[in-house]
Design a protein around this ligand. Structure first.
Ligand code: AP5
Ligand code: MG
Ligand code: ZN
Length: 223
């Protein structure tokens, strides 16, 4: 199973990728998570990307591509993967095709989670994330346990540094200016599955599973 998950900030990519990882047994590869981990570890990569993340801007394509190339070369990606928040520019979409070709792989589906923009700010300002197991919470409709502890592993949950109103608006603008074109790119290739991200979490996951199953069946019919 090789999947690309697209969608604006706060559309639920991470929430759905975590469910898909469990259901399909393939790793979630989130470029945002990789960058944040590098910043937290104060690594060389972290020093290079911190200013972009803080500003809500995209990390340059060459840096992002070399990181994804390395990640896809790891053993666990051989079984498949869910690319969460990548590609985010048309050059990245073209670049990943080349990497796939080198491995002799093809994407099974590109899923686009759409969502009305007016709910995104509240989703993101209310988000909390477990720094240890990465479980994603929402203070109103999916809160962590007592004292803000992760219900899965007991670690105190965090606010993401880029989840402030100013940076959220910047990320939304960057999405419209640079990432919306990636949706068109895949739509033209007829590879896109549209999912309504405004529905309840489990319903969104149901739609994704049904669409993937339908796609698998139609591929089998063609063979
Ligand atoms: P990244 O980490 O990818 O952030 P993003 O795209 O802004 O998306 P988010 O992670 O904020 O949202 P999400 O869609 O995962 O939503 P979630 O499931 O958490 O990127 C961060 C930064 O890294 C970028 O700004 C850039 O600097 C850099 N970067 C990353 N990739 C890059 C690339 N390829 N190239 C260049 N730079 C890159 O859910 C959000 C909230 O909503 C949560 O509270 C959740 O509980 C809630 N929620 C989810 N689903 C539902 C639902 N169905 N109903 C109600 N609430 C819901
Ligand atoms: Mg995410
Ligand atoms: Zn946890």
């Amino acid at each position: 199973m090789r999947i690309v998950l697209l969608g604006p900030p706060g559309s639920g990519k991470g929430t759905q990728a975590q469910r898909m990882e469990k259901r399909y047994g393939v790793p979630q590869i989130s470029t945002g998570d990789i960058f944040r981990k590098a910043v937290a570890a104060k690594s060389e990569l972290g020093a290079k990307v911190a200013t972009y993340l803080d500003a809500g801007a995209l990390v340059p394509d060459d840096l992002t591509m070399s990181l994804v190339r390395e990640r896809l070369a790891q053993e666990d990606a051989e079984r498949g993967f869910i690319l969460d928040g990548f590609p985010r520019t048309v050059p990245q979409a073209v670049g990943v095709e080349e990497i796939l070709r080198e491995h002799g792989w093809e994407l099974d589906a590109v899923i686009n989670i759409s969502i009305p923009t007016d709910v995104l700010v509240s989703r993101l300002t209310m988000r909390r994330v477990c720094p240890s197991c990465k479980t994603i919470y929402h203070m109103v409709d999916h809160p962590p346990g007592p004292n803000g502890l992760c219900t899965v592993c007991g670690t105190p949950v965090d606010v993401r540094p880029d989840d402030n109103v100013e940076t959220i608006k910047k990320r939304m603008a960057v999405y419209s200016a640079q990432t919306a074109a990636v949706v068109d790119y895949y739509r033209k290739k007829s590879a896109l599955i549209d999912v309504d991200g405004g529905a309840e979490r489990d319903k969104v996951f149901d739609s994704i599973q049904k669409a993937l199953e339908e796609k698998r069946r139609s591929r089998e019919r063609r063979q």
